[in-house]
Design a protein around this ligand. Sequence first.
Ligand code: IVH
Length: 698
Amino acid sequence: MKPGASAARMRELERQIEAHNRAYYLEAHPTVSDREFDRLLEELLGLETKHPDLASPNSPTRRVGGAPLSGFRPVAHRVPMMSLNNTYSLGELRKFVRRAEGLLPGEPITWILEPKFDGIAVALRYENGALALGATRGDGRTGDEITANLRTIRSLPLTLRKKEGVSAAQGELFAAGAVETEKPSALSWIEVRGEVYMHRADFEAYNREREKAGEPAFVNPRNAAAGALKLLDSKEVARRPLRAVFYAIAEARGVALARQSEALALLASLGFSTPPKTWRCRTLEEIEQAIGELDTIRRTFPYETDGGVLKADLLSQQRALGATSKAPRWAIAYKFEAEKAETLLRAITVQVGRTGALTPVAELAPVFVSGSTVTRATLHNESEIARKDLRVGDTVVIEKAGEVIPAVLRFVPEKRLKGARPFKMPTRCPACGGGITRDLVGDEAGTLLRCENLSCPAQIRRRIQHFASRGAMDIEGLGEALVEQLVASGLVADIANLYALPRARLLGLERMAEKSADNLLAAIAASKERGLERLLFGLGIRHVGAASARALAARFRSLDALRTATEDQLLEVPDVGATVARSLRTFFERKDNLRSLERLRAEGLAFEATESGSPADAALVGKGFVLTGTLPHLEREEAAGMIRDAGGVVRSSVSKKTDYLVVGADPGSKLDEFRRLGLPTERILDEPAFLRLLGRKT
Ligand code: IVH
């Protein structure tokens, strides 16, 4: 192709890919198959490799992340990013509204109530319709430049959708920022403000994957989003399920706006995701009613909202009301209280994870909160406990973060018993009595304690459990209790031991009949053929989750090719960032790991990738699945893996193209949506029906 033709093709591909991205992420209505989408992306990547000079800085290929940064460049905000005054009380909200009305006598104020998104504030600048700069809030005056990280967020437009007739009327422009009222002909320059956040379900799946990869879980979606945006490696950011929603235009040239509601409409028409619902209110009664409605419907949102933001709609009024040094006088945040409960902190136990990470856990007297009984809550790490000064025997206040994950907020000082002692992490591993080290690098530097003894029985148990789990080698019948027995009896200290279990010794275990021993041996033998992707995931290499294992298997096709790959070759793989690459190199450098792999090879395990990962089921190829709620036995990632193995496609939201909805306990709005669309109810599957469809045993 001539360069001219290539450039034209590249622009066309960019346009098509972004249109598909929009359809998928914004409209929840996929317009092409994943395969076709990947084909377009690959074609574009190919052309960009051939003609790097023709590659556009906002190419959708950049969404997978670029070269790591060595630090963030400071960005001065032309319009400061102010915070909002907060209140939990309707009385204070009324006072705020009356004060504003008092400041504008004779001028009725129309208010807009928007949901308050619980994420991380960002500012994005577009020049001539293309994303040019993205920054965090920082201290409100200066933030960090995080354009590369923001580019990876697929629900955020890299180029603005063309908007007909954006030139609008002359006059007011924007309260918060500089007013540019030159005769506008097109939207040449715009800075928008919004929030980066995570869907609850994506967060949970992501946390489960982290735990499986031996990394500490995040406390809530907000922390996970904040952590992701601060990463220097945008490839790593691309792996995190971030989204973005926009609620303000800070400055714009080439457009005149008179109202906040117009700003929201313009944002939506430019291709931004905007608040799903807003309320226009004229009186205090209307405001209170709107807040009540918001409190009801926010529970059906797939993400967390911690309140509402009430804003004067007219920008002229916003300007007239002005701001204090910290916050505007034309807006306030009304926050909803999370449901809380008091209970007794009976004990703090310390769990040893698969990679030796020690996690303190609160053992609580059972208490009912936000719809279920809570008996345990992670305390994350030593410094969290110290910061909250939690002591065994305390009465503590707990809540469910986002109505899902129980968290210990604080102790109740009046109820503290005399003689309660500060908690100390053990100085030796509670499972093996071995030494403990402190992680000095990574997300949790300094706070994460680790048992370094690879033969620690707790670690062995967890490694074997992970290896045998459905998303990994799927060894039927090898559950937690049996793993415990095998490790305690000394029969298994390494995954390789599983493949050389003497039948006679198995029969010596308690409650092990001939039939169950034979079934177990058959299931273990059957797992030899799972292939590279499952094996790689099952090995439990730190930071290597299901998605990286899939990408690595697809690229290298055999364990030997992967073992000898250089760090640079590893970094070329989508879904593999510097952390994963380094972790793989470290894993393959260890003699004990290599020995264990050689034993697996000798036992006849398949070290090669199977065709297309795993055998697909012709009837399910290309079928769209959506998962909602908690399944009784399968974790979400496992179920998703099984669907992909069968050739199906897992999507995050329901649309007319959804073929099956897999439903667990506490399903979210997806079930309502499925019904609303009038899709056939026999396509709603519970776990047994799902397993039957996939031809698996229930
Ligand atoms: S407007 C000057 N609208 O809440 C006011 N903020 O607590 C600019 N937030 O810094 C903010 N949802 O990060 C606005 N619908 C919404 C919001 C929202 C969430 C965040 C934003 C802000 C913080 C203040």
